[in-house]
Design a protein around this ligand. Sequence first.
Ligand code: ZN
Length: 169
Amino acid sequence: MIELKRIISIIIKSLTITAVVSAVIGFTFNLLGLNFFAGFFIAVVLQFFGWWLFDIYTNKKFMASMANARAQNNLADSYQNIELVCSYCGAKNITRILLNKNNTFKCMNCNNVNGIKIELTTTRTITPLIADKELSEIFSKLQDNENSNQRQNAVNTEKVKLDSSKKDK
Ligand SMILES: [Zn+2]
């Protein structure tokens, strides 16, 4: 309800401003010996056209700022926070690194600037696959064990039942 009131007041304000500006232009037309309504009408059309262009411009500006914010966000995402030891004093520092940049950090403890050297290593993807296979073998063995235990338990329960039924007789 408050929102609707606000919108109506904005519309009334805009229309009043448009009407006043148009009336002034209409009077100017009249003073120049031209038709008041012709001036008024032209002023209204020009103002609506102007507001329409202004709206497009502000929308474009808004979209551009949104895109910029998104780009900034993506950049922030590509940073990695890591803990590094200062090469001067050995204090632990949490710093951000970006892979495609020369990274440095200023030690929080001694204020010296450290360079960061990034080393990458490779592994054969076969290694974890073997590990997976071994794990699954161990798992299936455990499963078998579990199953045989359950079978054993079932047999035992059956025995107990038989025993108790014998007692009943
Ligand atoms: Zn330090």
